[in-house]
Design a protein around this ligand. Structure first.
Ligand code: ADP
Ligand code: MG
Length: 698
């Protein structure tokens, strides 16, 4: 008898070559893997569109009609076959750029075809490039209304291993399994409580739905299963960690905290800052080790929260450290902390790679003797020769630059692991935080300090360059400064430098009366540092750079951020960059430069940036546009399992239901022993086989 564990190579039609491609490209090794490789879309063949109703940007449409004219146009590489297709309601142009001869021969006049394709616009006229075209079914044919489409790799496509072949394999897999139903992966009581379809029906339906109406129920069941096991794994890990990790209790709110709060705080905290400080204080008092993620948009005032936490540590006779991703940022933090605390008996010191010799020895000795209360630095802090007398709190700024392993090293700086506060300005939608950072508790500063003017964002195209220069000159005339940022193209370092130098040259030429600086990743650290400092001090007025300025640099006098080739950046990154301006009281501007001709998605992405400055909205939109497959590296490595069918943003509501269900199971069955849950624990073990769960060592 065959089971889902059966090796894919026993399937007819999968030889060694296809088997290898399935394994290497799609991670399909067993029948189970194949059946969980879901179609990513369906073409509904029951709905025939009218040509008169077509518009640009429609998804694939089905048409029925006849060829009324055809002609091979152009020559050489521009040769193409153009045909006119009519259904009585209108006429649309079909275009083929290859297989021209074959298609030309195949297309007959006075013959009814069905045609599947995606309308697009070229020079203002609708056409359908490379449609799938076949004879219209005659009355006797059984209609397959919903045609599933499967992802395959480029390599597979080259070998003629297409979506259609995947569909055939799935059909054979079901045939091989025969009438035996696929074994259920959720316990009965959950299926009933959440009104779910059984797995067997859901799997068969998702691959071969009778009609469009059959899909939602099947997909809900499969998404629930996926999200349930994801949340179960995360919650189980979190519960275990909380039981195991004893931390240092900070029961006292003492003289440092109160003195600073009442006498030295330079501004009133925002409500959001107050709430977050309260959450952290409660955490620190429990005696469990805190692992908290502090999210707050650029400029929301995370540093002040960090400082208050450090003072709590000092009140309880513990040292604290703040770790920043770059030297510039560490220096900036250290300088502002020292300024805030200058009249208080709290010792703040800096430790980076450039603190050397005697100065370094002094800092290290002070830290070891407990004379330094707050140590600010880069990852130099992690080095083994940095020994604290009694480290109680670690604040990590801009966490995405620090790996899980580096966090783990900090744990060893004291007998019990110190409390950890990870701060990030990368807005993380709630669902993602719940999933990727499920092992961290999350606090959010969702409010900016009063009196900030939102940055005004404009989308310019190449044609607007004169207008751009005019705007820049105007702002420079007011005494402001300007950033011009270029994206890095991973594969093409030469191109990067060329783009940057072109931009630099252009600025020098256009602005002879101002000084222009340049920074990029290939420069020596010292030169980079000098160029940044010159801009900070206002000695250069324009800074042309790659994304090295992305994180945390603070130049309040800069009021213009020009982002070249803005379409090459992710939305979250554009938002980060935009956060570099708008730090002073002046109205600031962010100019997104793109080509003149844009795809729909790009136009939509730029539009979002123009419309909102809310980082959370942007992050949600970004995820919606990108899909869960393209999260950045940190997010990916944080996910215990890949999501195959559920979408981390679009399925937020179901994710919460699944999380509640998983929480119930854990609470009622902490020993993992109840008979009705055997199917749950077995399935979880199966899913986790061979996986290293990073959250367990974080
Ligand atoms: P980020 O969250 O991006 O790290 P910072 O901590 O650097 O933000 O704060 C940005 C600026 O806002 C700083 O100049 C800081 O002094 C100021 N700031 C922080 N909190 C407040 C507040 N409650 N009221 C007014 N200004 C504030
Ligand atoms: Mg900051």
């Amino acid at each position: 008898m065959q089971t889902l564990q059966t090796d894919i190579k026993y399937l007819k039609g999968v030889g060694p070559i296809r088997g290898k491609m399935l394994g290497e490209d799609l991670k399909i090794f067993t029948l189970r893997d194949l059946l969980y490789h879901f179609p990513y879309k369906y073409i509904d063949r029951s709905v025939v569109h009218r040509i008169a109703d077509l518009t640009e940007g429609m998804p694939h449409v089905l048409l029925k009609g006849q060829i009324v004219a055809k002609n091979v146009e152009g020559s050489g590489r521009r040769e193409r076959l153009v045909a006119l297709f009519s259904d009585g309601s209108g006429v649309v142009e079909l275009v083929w750029f290859n297989s021209i001869k074959v298609m030309d021969k195949r297309l007959l006049y006075n013959h009814t075809y069905t045609l599947l394709g995606k309308p697009s616009a070229f020079n203002g006229r609708l056409n359908i490039p490379h449609p799938e075209i076949e004879d219209a079914p005659t009355a006797g044919d059984a209609p397959l209304t919903m045609l599933p489409h499967y992802h395959t790799s480029e390599r597979m496509k080259k070998h003629g291993f297409t979506s259609r072949s995947m569909g055939e394999l799935v059909e054979r897999a079901f045939a091989l399994l025969g009438q035996v139903p696929v074994e259920e992966t959720l316990p009965d009581y959950l299926i009933r409580r959440y009104n779910l379809q059984d797995l067997n029906t859901a799997l068969r339906t998702i691959h071969k739905p009778l009609n469009a109406a059959a899909l939602p129920e099947a997909s809900r069941r499969l998404k629930f299963e996926e999200l349930f096991y994801l949340q179960l794994d995360i919650l189980r890990t979190t519960t275990r960690r909380k039981q195991q990790n004893q931390g240092y209790p900070f029961p006292r709110v003492g003289k440092h905290f109160l003195d600073f709060y009442h006498n030295y705080l330079p501004f009133e905290l925002t409500e959001a800052q107050k709430r977050v400080v309260k959450e952290i204080r409660a955490d620190l008092a429990t005696g469990k080790q805190m692992n908290r993620l502090l999210q707050g948009d650029v400029g929301s005032g995370k540093t002040m929260v960090a400082l208050l936490c450090c003072l709590l540590a000092a009140d309880n006779s513990y040292q604290a450290c703040i770790m920043a991703p770059t030297e510039i940022l560490a220096e900036q933090h250290c300088a502002s902390l020292q300024a805030y605390l200058k009249d208080m008996p709290v010792e703040v010191r800096l430790l980076t790679g450039t603190v050397k010799g005697k100065a370094r020895r002094e800092v290290l000795e002070g830290v070891a003797a407990g004379k330094v209360d707050i140590l600010v630095g880069t990852h130099a802090l992690i080095e083994p020769n940095v020994r604290f007398l009694n480290l109680g709190l670690v604040v990590i700024d801009e966490q995405h630059r620090f790996g899980v392993k580096q966090r783990a090293l900090l744990w060893e700086k004291n007998l019990r692991p110190p409390h950890i506060l990870v701060m990030t300005a990368t807005p993380i939608p709630r669902t993602l935080a719940m999933t990727v950072y499920g092992d961290l508790d999350v606090s959010v500063i969702d409010q900016l300090p009063p009196g900030r003017k939102p940055v005004q964002t404009l989308h310019y195209r190449q044609n607007d360059r004169a207008k751009l220069l005019q705007g820049i000159r105007y702002q420079l005339g007011l005494g402001r400064q300007v950033y011009v940022v270029y994206p890095l193209i991973k594969e093409n370092e030469k191109q990067n430098l060329r783009d940057l130098e072109t931009g630099y040259g252009r600025m020098i030429e256009a602005l002879p009366e101002y000084r222009v600086g340049m920074v990029h990743g290939k420069m020596k650290p010292a030169d980079k540092e000098n160029a940044m400092q010159a801009f900070k001090r206002g000695e250069t007025q324009v800074l042309v750079s790659t994304t090295v300025i992305e994180v945390g640099v603070n130049v309040p006098n800069a009021s213009v951020m020009v982002i070249e080739n803005a379409d090459r950046f992710g939305l979250a990154q554009l938002h980060q960059l935009r956060g570099r301006v708008g730090r002073g009281a002046e109205q600031s501007y962010c100019i997104l430069m793109t080509n003149n001709n844009l795809s729909d998605t790009t136009r939509r992405r730029m539009q979002i940036m123009v419309e909102t400055t809310d980082g959370f909205v942007i992050a949600e939109e970004d995820l919606k546009l990108r899909g869960p497959g393209d999260l950045d590296g940190t997010a990916q490595s944080g996910m215990p399992f890949d999501l195959k069918i559920a979408h981390i943003v679009r399925d937020q509501a179901l994710m919460e239901v699944a999380r509640e269900a998983a929480g119930d199971v854990l609470e009622q069955d902490p020993e993992e022993a109840l008979p009705q849950n055997q199917v749950v624990w077995k399935q979880l073990r199966m899913l986790k086989k061979g996986q290293v769960n990073l959250s367990e060592i974080s």
